[in-house]
Design a protein around this ligand. Structure first.
Ligand code: MN
Length: 744
């Protein structure tokens, strides 16, 4: 049978060949029942997709077969996963329904395929916020069954391998998404091979020229590397043979993507990195002796080559939370080059390559990798269910925790706790228990007293000191780095606000009682409207805080049981009538109230950032620093963009209230023609005409041009601009500009 030049009989034979190829790698599906389920899934999928073709023109069924093969062979998944991988596109693209799946296979299969269908349904997004949101949803489906995500990764990997046939813009979109979402996910799940391949393939489509040039340079330098490796490993091989080890030595260069990263992002030339590689010694040994065997090999390697003590990494005593176990050392080769040697057992190697999926062969390990995976999934779920962070933040947090390594610290009882790098004593306290976190006043790290903000290091023993009087503080948000601690602090602050609001509620109740007016929702609404608060709680809170002064309440009438504010009421007794809710007046010592800082209730000091020297009238924002409280920056400060994008959660709203009589320093620079008396004119205007105080002044004249700088004290931008106008009018002055930053 021939159709449009395609030999359909031959195609059928090829489909069967590929199916048998799949069966050969289904190591976990040994029983007759397992094989029957896989066969049935294959037949259902083949029938459902029989009239469909891929962009390449190949029969569509090649794709589910390939995805199932990746799931079985490269991730090591079970029969249910293989069945679902075979069926993964049926519900979306064919007549088959979820009910059919459930009837033919079962409830579990239905749940997984439902998850897979949903994921691909939401994968059409335009901007990065949608993308992040969809990724969030996708991870939420993890809570149903983690196999959804593993099969999705297999699906993505096969799509990346066959991306050639897609249109250019689709290639770019899929490649970016892979790099942004899927590679980090594979990394976090411990699927290092898949992660590397996804990254390399993304690069291949995003920057084909560079990719090809790296590939060809790697090929050209292959011989040099092989010679070096042979010479380097020869003495090690001899010694291992002598001691009767069964082993394999592998070597691998950096991935194309990581070479590209170095070249493009760090500007290192290829010639300096092509020979950076790791030598891996893989021991075929029993699980009971694998650790001691690894250390024996370590001592053999370091007998020949001098190790760098700072670069010893022992992940066999304490594996990474992704399940990675290995012993790494970096040694000096005779030619003076550092070489990383990784020592591990076959079991560890499989774990390293396939991640959690490799666990099935080694079920007796004390803490199962599945248990650890569950732990991780719980953490992800914590973040996912956090309604405060928007989706973009989530991706940032997620990526952060994907790439950062972890630290291991101990409780006074010797329990091991895993935290991300950069975690503080306060993170640790919240990690133990939210109440311990809330009441934390300090900690002892290795028996030494440290503040809450103390950054922990691996191996620290941490004891938390608590006090019943302690309450979570707003600035704690800048001390913690874990999402869960941040959330717990936010919850506690909200709780605190509620308690304060309760007082305000009582105050209002008494006030209304005094007016012989009922405390009911109509009357409360009248207040809410009058004071323009978002909610009644907000109203009570402001009353309790004294920002709405009930004793000075004016401009209302009592009509029976109702209180009504007259439309032409007098000035509101509120401190800041124009501010929207949640604005607070912040005072700084020695200055009047001049700045309104948003969102929270505490009175905090602030300082003005020296990088942009804001003055009243400037557009400003507050930034919560780690050691110096709130700093006020201008929104056009050179540092603003970085602060806002990297530490968005530490940025708070701020705006100037009124200038009063406070004075602020501001720098001005001048240029002009060098004219006798010009300095005199300028200083006269500043100090006499405008009555402005001068702090410092410097002039420099060269070749008939003078440049000058002066630091003056002004009230606000209006004051400043009228001063500048006057100065510009001086004969001989060419330019007058504000110095935006002291580094200019
Ligand atoms: Mn697919």
């Amino acid at each position: 049978m021939m159709k449009e030049g395609i030999d359909l009989e031959e195609e059928k034979r090829e489909i069967l060949r590929r199916y048998r190829g799949l069966l050969r790698v289904c190591h976990r599906s040994k029983t007759r029942a397992d094989r029957a389920r896989i066969r049935k899934a294959f037949e259902v999928a083949a029938e459902a997709h029989k009239d469909m073709r891929r962009k390449s023109g190949e029969p569509y069924i090649y794709h589910p077969l390939a995805v199932a093969k990746i799931a079985a062979e490269e991730i090591g998944l079970d029969t249910t996963s293989i069945v679902c991988a075979l069926l993964h596109d049926t519900v979306e693209d064919t007549e088959i329904t979820l009910d059919d799946i459930q009837n033919l296979f079962g409830k579990r299969e239905r749940v997984i395929i439902d998850g897979l269908t949903k994921i691909s349904g939401v994968s059409n997004y335009e901007n990065s916020s949608d993308q992040a949101e969809n990724f969030r949803k996708m991870l939420l489906t993890l809570s149903d069954d983690v196999r959804v995500i593993l099969i999705k990764l297999a699906d993505r990997l096969h799509n990346m391998r066959t991306l050639d046939h897609m249109k250019r813009e689709k290639q770019l979109k899929i490649a970016s998404e892979t790099q942004f979402m899927y590679a980090p996910l594979a990394h976090r799940l411990g699927l290092y091979n898949i992660k590397t391949e996804l990254e390399d393939l993304s690069l291949k489509f995003k920057d084909p020229e560079t990719y090809d040039s790296i590939v060809s340079k790697l090929q050209k330098t292959q011989a040099v590397r092989t010679r070096f490796i042979n010479a380097f490993t020869l003495p090690i091989r001899r010694a291992l043979d002598k001691f009767g080890f069964k082993y394999e030595i592998k070597s691998r260069t950096k991935s194309i993507y990581s070479i590209w990263n170095k070249i493009v992002k760090k500007g290192v030339p290829f010639e300096e990195i092509y020979d950076v590689f790791a030598i891996r010694v893989i021991l075929d040994t029993q699980m009971e002796t694998e650790k001691s065997d690894c250390w024996r090999v370590y001592s053999i390697v370091t007998d020949f080559y001098q190790p760098s003590p700072e670069r010893l990494r022992d992940w066999i005593s304490i594996p990474k939370s992704s399940g990675y176990e290995s012993l790494h050392t970096t040694v000096m080769s005779p030619s003076g080059k550092w070489v990383e040697v990784q020592i591990r057992s076959v079991r560890m190697d499989e774990m390293a390559e396939k991640g959690f999926a490799a666990h099935w062969k080694y079920k007796d390990s004390p803490e199962t990798p599945e248990g650890k995976l569950d732990k991780w999934l719980n953490q992800v779920r914590d973040v996912l269910e956090n309604p405060e962070d928007n989706a973009i933040d989530f991706i940032d947090n997620f990526k952060l925790s994907l790439f950062s390594e972890e630290i291991y610290v101990f409780t006074p009882n010797g329990d091991l706790k895993t935290l991300p790098v950069g975690a503080t004593a306060l993170d640790f306290a919240f990690h133990i228990h939210s109440q311990i976190g809330s009441q934390c006043i300090g900690a002892k790290v290795n028996f030494k007293l440290v503040p809450l903000s103390h950054k922990l290091r691996s191996g620290d023993q941490v004891e938390i000191l608590t006090s019943k009087k302690q309450r979570p503080k707003e600035d704690w948000l800048s001390i913690v780095i874990t999402a869960s601690a941040r959330q717990k602090i936010r919850d506690a602050l909200r709780e605190e606000k509620k308690l304060i609001a309760d007082d305000g509620k009582d105050m209002l109740r008494r006030k209304l009682g005094g007016l012989k007016v009922e405390f009911n929702s109509k009357n409360i609404d009248e207040f809410v409207k009058k004071f323009d608060t978002a909610t009644a709680t907000e109203l009570y809170y402001r009353i309790a805080k004294g920002r709405i002064d009930l004793t000075r309440l004016k401009g209302f009438v009592v009509d029976g049981n109702r209180i009504k504010f007259e439309t032409k009421a007098e000035v509101l007794p509120e401190t800041n009538k124009q501010t929207s809710q949640d604005k607070v007046v912040i005072t700084t010592p020695g200055k009047n109230e001049t700045l309104l800082i948003g969102d929270e209730q505490q009175r905090v000091d602030f300082t003005l950032a020296t990088c942009c020297n804001p003055i009243p009238g400037d557009e400003v924002f507050g930034f919560i620093t780690v050691n110096e409280g709130i700093k006020i920056h201008r929104t056009n400060c050179p540092n603003a963009q970085l602060l806002m994008s990297k530490y968005a959660y530490r940025v708070i709203k701020a705006r100037w209230n009124n200038a009063e009589t406070v004075e602020f320093e501001v720098g001005l620079k001048f240029s002009g023609t060098d004219d006798v008396g010009i300095v005199q004119n300028i200083t006269n205007i500043i100090s006499t005409d405008m009555n402005v105080n001068m702090r410092a002044i410097s002039f420099e004249a060269k070749d008939g041009i003078f440049q000058g700088k002066v630091v003056v004290l002004v009230h606000d931008t209006m004051h400043l601009s009228s001063l500048m106008d006057k100065l510009k009018a001086v004969d001989g002055v060419l330019t007058v500009d504000r110095i935006e930053s002291e580094f200019q």
